[in-house]
Design a protein around this ligand. Structure first.
Ligand code: SF4
Length: 71
């Protein structure tokens, strides 16, 4: 099973929370974050990062199913 991680560059406000919480999963450049790798092994930290994003810019999907942010 592989999860897919995306950051919506239009929504990301560059707070850096995801890169601070999960530097192995997210990297921050001048304006916004991006996934270190778009496809990851299932990782609870990715869910926490998506839930913590103040802009809800991170989505984690398992195939066609969205797994984060969790509502
Ligand atoms: S936590 Fe959200 S808003 Fe902040 S840098 Fe990461 S993706 Fe962007």
């Amino acid at each position: 099973m592989t999860w897919h991680v995306e950051v919506d560059e239009r929504t990301c406000i560059g707070s850096g929370m995801c890169a601070a919480l999960a530097p192995e999963l997210f990297t921050l450049d001048d304006d916004h974050a991006s996934p270190v790798a778009p496809d990851i092994e299932p990782d609870e930290v990715a869910l926490d990062a998506a839930d913590s994003c103040p802009a809800l810019a991170i989505t984690v999907t398992d195939g066609a199913k969205a797994v984060a942010p969790r509502s």
